[in-house]
Design a protein around this ligand. Structure first.
Ligand code: NI
Length: 172
């Protein structure tokens, strides 16, 4: 496994639509391992393949409940609404408010190309929507309501013992 370089905002690759994975290969397995390692190393809760420069429909997510790997994922149900702050490993140091569905169901394939269904609410629903947007070349900044804030500035305003409250702004 190896860390991959995370592409940052302004890199054209982040605005491109990703291709479906037709066949799992050792090379794509290695990509998935590297994406997980890169996400954990960066303290992110999600990472999409284009963020490491690969235009394939693969995302990894871990909101603290263990790793989720999704190949060719698609949202099959979305309902409700949640408001919250969101960040992205490709837009370091920034957060902004984005309204997302409160509950989503995503169907796709796991890393062995077996069908898998992931259901999420709260942070997981947000992470799923955020990562799937990346596969369409959409970065969350295009959905931010109002300003894009400096994440550090908000952290400083937080009182002691409230760091866990910032979970929803975890970078993806
Ligand atoms: Ni992101």
């Amino acid at each position: 496994m190896a860390l991959r370089q995370i592409r940052v905002y302004g890199d054209d690759i982040l605005t491109k639509k990703c291709r479906e994975v037709k066949e799992m290969t050792p090379r794509l397995q290695e990509l998935i391992d590297d994406m997980l390692e890169t996400m954990y190393d960066a303290d992110g809760v999600g990472l999409a393949a284009p963020q490491v420069g690969v235009l394939r429909r693969i995302v990894v997510i871990d909101v603290g409940e263990g790793p989720i790997v999704l190949v060719n994922p698609r949202i099959t149900l979305q309902e409700g609404e949640q408001e919250g702050m969101e960040g992205c490993l490709s837009v370091p140091g920034k957060i902004g408010q984005v309204t997302r569905p409160g509950h989503v169901i995503v169907e796709g394939l796991d890393r062995d190309m077996n069908p898998v269904t992931v259901e999420g609410e709260e942070l997981l629903a947000r992470a799923l929507c955020h990562e799937l947007d990346h596969l369409e070349g959409v970065v969350y900044t295009s959905k931010v309501e109002g300003e894009l804030y400096d994440a550090g500035a908000l952290d400083e305003e937080e009182e002691d013992g409230e760091s866990g409250e910032n979970e929803d702004s975890a970078e993806k």
